[in-house]
Design a protein around this ligand. Sequence first.
Ligand code: 13P
Ligand code: SF4
Length: 368
Amino acid sequence: MNLLDNLVKTTSIPEIYRNMKQEELEEKVREIKAKLGKKLFIPGHHYQKDEVIQFADAIGDSLKLAQVSAENKDAEAIVFCGVHFMAETADILTSEEQIVYLPDMRAGCSMADMADIFQTERAWTELTALFGDTMLPLTYVNSTAAIKAFVGRHNGATVTSGNAEKMVKWALDQKQRLVFLPDQHLGRNTAYNLGIKLEEMAVWDPITNTLEAQVETDKIKVILWKGHCSVHENFTVENIKQVRAENPEMNIIVHPECRREVVGLSDYAGSTNYIIDVIKKSEPGSAWAIGTEMNLVKRIINDFPDRHIVSLNPHMCPCLTMNRIDLPHLAWNLDQIVAGTANQNIIKVDADIARDAKLALDRMLNLA
Ligand code: 13P
Ligand code: SF4
């Protein structure tokens, strides 16, 4: 067996879990949860599949999951049902003794991958040459620990879709302009809601290393990193026109990772928690088209059978990386934790990076 074969064999799920029946896997997870009790904590993001979310000890948006991870002092093992950057955040916010696991290490986030530390350092140097010491960096939590650490070192903070307005206001109280990584849409939508004109926002392209601006540099207030979510970019103005034409009574609610034009034409926009909350408070019989990830939309449809709910894009798929965490991976990871052989699923952020990233996360959590 060569090195690559060996690596694949030790880091990927054994076939036996793939062949087990759903009931057997569920029984296994239930037994291990009962055995480990409070020593085990399973946070689950709203975008996770039902087969996984049924076992979550806390379900929430990125903000809530960051908060509960920071508060949990009991768990020795935190099995994060979400994506890589969320597990990194949990590791940064928990103690040295607590171990964070990700049941499938391939569960990344394509948006987080759109900003790497080399590009960020390079952009900062170029932007400092243009703007001097007038900028504060903010990064969406959907970013690597290295980017969070960069932001922490430069006096900035992390943001989530649940507190973006508060954090952008905070940043603009500190400095004349902000650099928002890596999601241009969340940055643009948030700044626009705070009254900043679209022409006062420029876009930094990390591939061509250029600033795309409509006005002179001294008029720019927000610099948006040219990144996006490949799931939320699939909601379009065409989808909205179609829904409005077919059912003018329908309320449209979307996640702020959608493009500005889509958010602008929608009735409501907010984080995953916000979307659930608005639907929960809505009148029975009301009609809703939701623009966010499909596992969550399906769950909302099931949880509120007395509302008429559809996906804003009828051809929408779930987030493929979120979907990598499935019941077989969860059961396998828990088995390995019990056996003491789960090393390949540990998320451990380098100590220096964790220290600086925590500065950025704490600035957010102390304001949230
Ligand atoms: P929330 O911040 O609303 O949880 O959504 C973020 C997201 O897209 C997770 O990847
Ligand atoms: Fe990343 Fe988008 Fe998936 Fe969220 S929905 S994990 S932002 S790719």
